[in-house]
Design a protein around this ligand. Structure first.
Ligand SMILES: Nc1ncnc2c1ncn2[C@@H]1O[C@H](COP(=O)(O)OP(=O)(O)O)[C@@H](O)[C@H]1O
Ligand SMILES: Nc1ccn([C@@H]2O[C@H](COP(=O)(O)OP(=O)(O)O)[C@@H](O)[C@H]2O)c(=O)n1
Length: 239
């Protein structure tokens, strides 16, 4: 067995409320990997468009402005951060206004090209590896990821989880908003929300968060073992 642990890239995709962020952070922390929340980046660029008076219903205006904001993501799973032009936007990117407008902004090809480039650059500079979560990581951003996971859950379970977070919100209204966003994200032309052919699908509806984390940690460890064994087999015998 080699002494050095190979860097590993894990892509976790799926619709809203399936547990991507919680699972990805916990898996990254458990395995000493970096963590990237790509949804936060799309939310950050949406926040900037709103704050700068760009009409989010106007794809041409969004495309023209797409290169302007400087978005910086901190990848420590214990303390993920996000700034736009040096401003900490961790709170502001979670408002209902940003949530309702993010699908329109993230559908613009110029926005996706810019954010995808940023994501690839962050992933390639993660020394021990990274868990990257989003909608198109396995299909488009990191098609060569060592492990791809696609999380699913029933709309009812996802809405209940989300309204549990946003205390006092109505479950039915949350479900409606979530289903609408999934439909927009799944039907856009440029890299829609989709499961990669080689992704492992995990239905989290009846699993606890701890069970999902354990399942993904096991899959990463298995993949690491498989990679290590292949490398050892391929190496010429030492003289
Ligand atoms: N398997 C699960 N069972 C119950 N609650 C969960 C589960 N997975 C995640 N949650 C909770 O659901 C909410 C949404 O999870 P999150 O990780 O933000 O999902 P996503 O990133 O896919 O939108 C969080 O409050 C989280 O603690
Ligand atoms: N890789 C990604 C990640 C997010 N997104 C967009 O960003 C939005 C917000 O993503 P998120 O992960 O923060 O959403 P939640 O599931 O946490 O509510 C999504 O609804 C998509 O429109 C995307 O287009 N591609």
């Amino acid at each position: 067995m080699s002494d050095t642990v190979e860097s590993v890239i894990v892509a976790i995709d799926g619709p809203s409320g399936t547990g991507k962020s919680s699972t990805s952070r916990a898996v990254a922390a458990a395995l000493g990997l970096s963590y990237l929340d790509t949804g936060a980046q799309y939310r950050a660029i949406t926040w900037w468009m709103i704050s700068n008076g760009v009409d989010v219903q106007d794809p041409a205006a969004i495309a023209t402005a797409a290169a302007k904001p400087a978005i910086v993501s901190g990848t420590d799973p214990a303390n993920p951060t996000i700034t736009v032009d040096g401003v900490d936007v961790t709170g502001p990117i979670r408002t209902p206004e940003v949530t309702s407008k993010v699908s329109a902004v993230s559908a613009v090809p110029e926005v996706r090209a810019r954010i995808t480039e940023l994501q690839r650059s962050i992933a390639s500079s993660a020394a021990t590896g990274i868990v990257v979560e989003g909608r198109d990581i396995g299909t488009t951003v990191l098609p060569d990821a060592d492990l791809k996971i696609f999380l699913t859950a029933s709309p009812e379970a996802r809405a209940a989880r989300r309204s549990g977070e946003l205390k006092g919100t109505d479950v039915a209204a949350t479900k409606e908003a979530l289903v609408k966003r999934d439909a927009a994200d799944s039907s856009r032309k440029t890299s829609p929300l989709a499961k990669a052919d080689d992704a492992v699908e995990v239905d989290t509806t009846d699993l606890t968060l701890e069970q999902v984390i354990e399942c993904v940690v096991t899959l990463v460890e298995e993949r690491r073992c498989a990679t290590e064994n292949t490398e050892n087999t391929e190496k010429p015998a030492a003289r």
